[in-house]
Design a protein. Sequence first.
Length: 340
Amino acid sequence: MTGSEPIRAVVDTKLFVSGLLNPKGAPGSLLGMLRSGRFQLVISLQQRVELGDVFSRDRLFRKYGIGREDRDNLLALVDALAEFVAEGRSLPLRVRDPKDVMILQSAVDSAADYLVTEDDDLLDLASDHRLGALKIVTVRAFLRGLGTSKHSARMLEWGGRMGRLPTLTRDVLAPEGQAVWDRIAAVRDGVRGPYEVLIRVPALADRVRALEDYFRFDAALSDAERELIILATGRELGARFAWGVHEPRARQVGTRPEAIKAVRDDSPLDGLTPRERLLVEMVRALLRERALSDNLYARALDDLGERQLVEVVALIGHYSLIGLLLNGFAVPPREGSPGF
């Protein structure tokens, strides 16, 4: 492909719907890029039929105030701008969800450059060599690529997760690795973020998991205190994935919004409770000064006791490891997650 040739992309049907329902979000921006000719939409006849069927469901759109005219206009835009392809080639691999076959088939049949989707099952195929040059990416990754001067933007080269390592799936691991995968996923939302990196060394991933599980289930620290320490550590390290996961969790377990805001804004701690202030000061001291002053140590020991003091310092160290993994391997925050 030369630099003057347009980027050819298949777009998941769900993103057309999301773009209409949320025009200010990333899918809405994607439709704006389509209208302005920033990429060449590729669509199969089968997907076009599906899109028309979805857009005919008045009940789905009525509650969001999306009228028939808006839907018809988008279909007309697709018809005017899209490159239509007919299915014919067989898929070179099996797809976990049968509903995903059509969209992946469209991308393979058309030899598209990109398949843009938010479907986790499809994104998990991003690193499969059997797909050749096809890149499976999220909306945000695709938009960032369109905003760069070169078609081979680094963020897009890194694939659907935008990280430096290709995504692994459970089935490529040895049985011992699959057992570790299952232990990680048992109490988490899949194998994501730092564990996408660590799972390449299953024995190491298992030990990190065990330490994290201690803090979640066996530590003397309260859930709200634990999450405040994690947020403060993630903030100091600039670990945006960790912040995006843990800010909602902190609010859920009762971490005070005032404390979250002070940490997010890296602001003075005057409005915090004495306990909150102590915990955040410990994080900042250890990560900025690499030590606790005698005064701060004495305050911490008096307020926390030996066990919780050890737990706080160990938790800061643990999430420093997590933050360095996220930053070192360029693991991006989840789309739509809160940040700083």
